[in-house]
Design a binder for this molecule. Sequence first.
Ligand SMILES: NC(=O)c1ccc[n+]([C@@H]2O[C@H](COP(=O)([O-])OP(=O)(O)OC[C@H]3O[C@@H](n4cnc5c(N)ncnc54)[C@H](OP(=O)(O)O)[C@@H]3O)[C@@H](O)[C@H]2O)c1
Length: 303
Amino acid sequence: MSELAVVTGASGGIGEQIAAGLARTGAAVVLVARDRTRLEQARGRIRDAVPGAELETEPVDLANLAEVRSLADRLAERAPSIVVSNAAVIAPLDDRTPDGFHRSLVTNHLAPYLLLRRLADHPTARPRRLVVVGASPRGLARVPVDLDDLNVEDGRGLGFPPSFRPFVAYARTKNMNAMFVYALASRLAGTGTTVNGAHPGIISGGRLNRHGRGALKVFGSLCDLFAAGTDAGADTPVWLATSEEVEGVTGTFFVKRRAVETAPHTTDPHRVERLWRESARLVGLPAGAEPRGPGAEPTPLLP
Ligand SMILES: NC(=O)c1ccc[n+]([C@@H]2O[C@H](COP(=O)([O-])OP(=O)(O)OC[C@H]3O[C@@H](n4cnc5c(N)ncnc54)[C@H](OP(=O)(O)O)[C@@H]3O)[C@@H](O)[C@H]2O)c1
């Protein structure tokens, strides 16, 4: 039986290319995204590019935690051995979900937190690789997560100009991705499940900045001038999900297939644990096991 992989945000952009890359390795791939039509179009394009690809679609709104929970239940039974969390949005600050969450917080951090934690609770026959697509550690060093304001209620420190604030709120969720990778990897050390993060690079061809206004829109267009294509963005996530070179490596963040350090505010154990516990509360999970002791540290690949 072929390996089963799941990719969120696979209806376009980098996620579609990650799904195509995994299909090329022979994995059966479940494509997750909100929009049914865009999902089917992506499935058609991947089939054209990878003849014989085994593809399924899961139309799920990751901004809705009830939908994430039932997705996790459906997937857990099938024990996927690869899960790539890639979906993300840069939502306007007033874009709140019916549950009261800022759309960027829930889509980019709480949804992968809930999905990967629930999947990790179920054993798999094969070694399992969880990959979280984050963003540039260098750029994110300047925007530490505000642990007192995860849901951007008062929005302090989001800076100027105002049109950039949604981007800063998004960037904080991307730091949460790295912190979550470290917290989950530490808890899963020695279990056969690895957890790593990746920055895809500055990539054009996606719709991430679709709500960008004013200076943010101009910034996005300028970035596009120098950006690589979505296939380049998929390279490191697919490599982490499949390569023998990173077998057993966990709790590490990668840029262009190289292990890199992320900012000290993402690795500080107290901050990492605070985010873990607060996220558990927000998604309605128990905080669960403590991180493992030094005897079961993850195996970083840093030189
Ligand atoms: N592009 C870059 O330069 C860049 C740089 C650094 C990091 N990244 C990271 O790379 C990843 C992919 O970025 P991209 O440029 O490919 O973005 P994109 O083109 O906007 O694709 C995002 C994907 O996420 C899906 N999605 C958004 N909200 C969702 C929701 N509520 N439920 C389910 N699916 C949802 C979208 O599906 P719909 O069809 O439903 O909209 C789409 O498939 C993100 O994690 C991003 O943070 C990108």
